[in-house]
Design a protein around this ligand. Sequence first.
Ligand code: BGC
Length: 963
Amino acid sequence: MTPPSLIFDLDGVITDTAEYHYQAWQRLADEEGLPFDREANEACRGISRRESLLVVLGGRPATEEQMQGMMTRKQRYYEESLDQIGPDDLLPGVAGLLDALDAAAIPYALASASKNARPVCERLGIAGRLAALADGYSVERQKPQPDLFRFAAAGMGVAAAGCLVVEDAAAGVEAALAAGMPVLALGPAERFGELLGRGRVTRRDDLRDVTLDELAAAAAFDPVWHVAQTGFDPATQHHMETIFTLGNGAFATRGTFEEGYPGESALTLAHGLWDDMPIVFTELVNLPNWLRLTITIDGDDFRLDQGRVLHFQRSTDLRAGVLRRAVLWQAPNGKTVDLLFERFIAYPRQHVAAIRLLLTAVSHPCAVTVRAAIDGHVANQDLLHLHLEEQGKSGSAVWLRARTRHTKHTLAVATALSAETSAANSAERAADLCAGQPALLAAADLKPGQTLQADKLVAITADRDRPAGEAAGVVARALAEVNGATYDRLRAEHVAAWAAVWRDGDVVIEGDDEAQLAMRFNLFQLLVAAPQHDDRVSIGAKTLSGYGYRGHVFWDTEIFILPYLIHVFPTLARNMLMYRYHSLPGARRKAAGNGYPGAQFPWESAETGDEVTPTWVPHFSDPKKLVRIWTGDIQIHITADIAYAIMQYWRVTGDDAFLRDYGAEMILDGARFWGGRAEPEEQNGQRRYAIRDVIGPDEYHEHVDNNSFTNYMCRWQLQTALEVNDWLRRRHPAIAADLADRLRLTPETFDQWRDVIEHITVIYDPDTGLFDQFEGFFDRERVEPEVFRAADRSLQVIFGIEGANERQVLKQADVIMLLCLFRDAFDRRAWQANWDTYMPITDHRYGSSLGPSFHAWAACEMGLPDEAYGHFMLAARADLRNPRGNAEDGIHAASTGGVWQAAVFGFAGLRPTDDGWTLRPRLPRHWRRLAFTYRANGQPVLVDIQQNEGGDYSVTHTPQQSA
Ligand code: BGC
């Protein structure tokens, strides 16, 4: 590990002039008759002289003249005591550390708010060794503003983000974090309070025996909360854009750069803003690019493909929901600047996002302009969806109004910019109403070490945010969000909201930093897509983070994503189940169009519940050929998957009102579809029902008959519908009667369902417990294990679509998934038989990304936690490591929820039983702890599983206070 450059605070870190300061203030206070003591003095640590005086005055009024007089006196008292300082006054550990730094040629600087910093350093004998010195004269804005530390880094000529600050005061720690620097905080933990939880703050009592390795470790990103990238490589540009997606459950934005980059895939998608397109029917619309900042350094635009990138790092702090990027850049004109970008999409607000730029001149004075635009010239790849209608300036903000071309949704984006510099001169501002790209400008002349801070606040509103749709007010509402708001306030509110989310929503894994970070990353990406404000939308298969599947919603949502929300954030789950309720009319149209009664939910769903799966798409290896996509026609298990999620939601939450008013209708109308879809037939003189010509979850096999997953789910839904109907009749007879009337449910309907339940074909060998994945599966060609081992691409690519269809090779093991969904309905023998049969013939690496999380869960059920771990990590890394090479299309949403299920249902073994919830922990050998919260009947319960050396577990299962 390379130790970073260091920036030391002076008082309390290098030497204890704090004591002399205290004595000087105490003397002044005594003379003035002000109550002051050592405890009160704590508040003066690290702050300016004027601020300290205000502490000493404790609210007593004083004129400016009196205050000046008191500050001068205090300064005199202090200077009198400075004569006593010498090299012996270096605090313990400092002399040794400075020697080690010198020996390793690591530069270090001093940054102190004190105006006496230079003479003190001279007396201490270290002034000549400092690479830079920043003191009370260097910048205007003092700690906790970031300017002083950035001044010091610039003075050393190194990247600010590559510096470690050593501080003993809370205000200094805050300033360093704001400057984009990690911190070594010296002193008791109480002094720093919640700052210690910020991730890049390491605490120590003092510098005694500190090693360079320790300093390097303190400068590293927090390995369990930060997703970090420490160099820019254009080859991974699109993958990283996906990884650094942020959102707030209403809209999300890929991690493209503010200044742009050639070939970038800049994308902001908002739930519910669909527009028509050929082939896939409809897609979420790429909204105006709100990130845009064009930064000019003496005529050269900042961009990473030009000039020289001397330092680059980017990270999402998952705990705070904040993305940062630090770049030290030399412009083609030779001038070096240090930039820190910080952005977030405000979680507690529906419409707001913000960016802060800190730009520090490093090598030369330079004239800087920042142009903060709303870029309306956007398209979905090459397809234009927005018609730009109007733009303008209002107060200190600019705005743009646009309309989707086919669906005619009106939306607005507004932005406000505030800018100030660390010098006394404030930045100049102007507006530029360039057509389709309204912008605000700030300009400043910076001397080396000076920083320009520019805060860009953005709001995105749409007519559909209001129940009745309200096109007329969109601009006014967007402006109201940005006018009067401040970056710091929005940020504080945002960070607090994420802290609250993690209190319930975190899963703690100890003993495995990679798994811990990956778990949090997956949950974060799930949460930023989960609709908080809207029950007419849901999470698509690629969240809101990419063009993949065009925002369409699949079974991924109900079977993979929802369980986390059902067990942890049930109101979000309810929103997403209501989405299906609102889409019932489309599902009914689909059933009717296919000649069936009831509601057949679409395989791919968008705004209305009508089927939006494309019928033909370009072939994956030869785009000139077209491939017929059959899933929209015949992948029908989705209707039962939705019923499954409704029942899971109801059982976990006890939300009877939901089942009564919405859930029952979806389940009963879906059952009507199944009643019509199951085909009566006779075989060997026996009456039976078949479901022919389907695709099961394993999509390598098309047009199959009696897929076990599908038929089992059909039977389960019919049985569930009968039970729900009985429940409704007992508890809410009037609603039951109304529903029976509306859905035309008669005694004959129920009799027919019973008949299907009794006679439907499920090919299951009662002796062995083995399911046939579908009729005739085992007659297909077998594939040698060697082929699976050697495969470096998907087996469907290797064998071709037809070839895979003819062979015993699975995209995902759908029988195994079925066992997981009904895990206690099958005995050990059945688990073993199906496990042994299907796992070896599954395309684990390049098949479906939905498989690994369930395979991990299944392996836990089999008592194989270490094998489960391999599958778990494949799921957990689906985006972070990009093993399938398609993360650029967007986050693998199903996997984000799947890893939660693998951990909670699999490793922890959480399950509902007749006697309440039970646990059956089976942790990977190296995991020391797994802890999480879930809610049963609205009551949060904390589960904490510790694994000790011998592999035993101690488990606590503790009800918590409801928040
Ligand atoms: C999987 C489906 C999934 C879809 C969307 C397909 O590749 O096989 O199960 O629903 O992707 O994620």
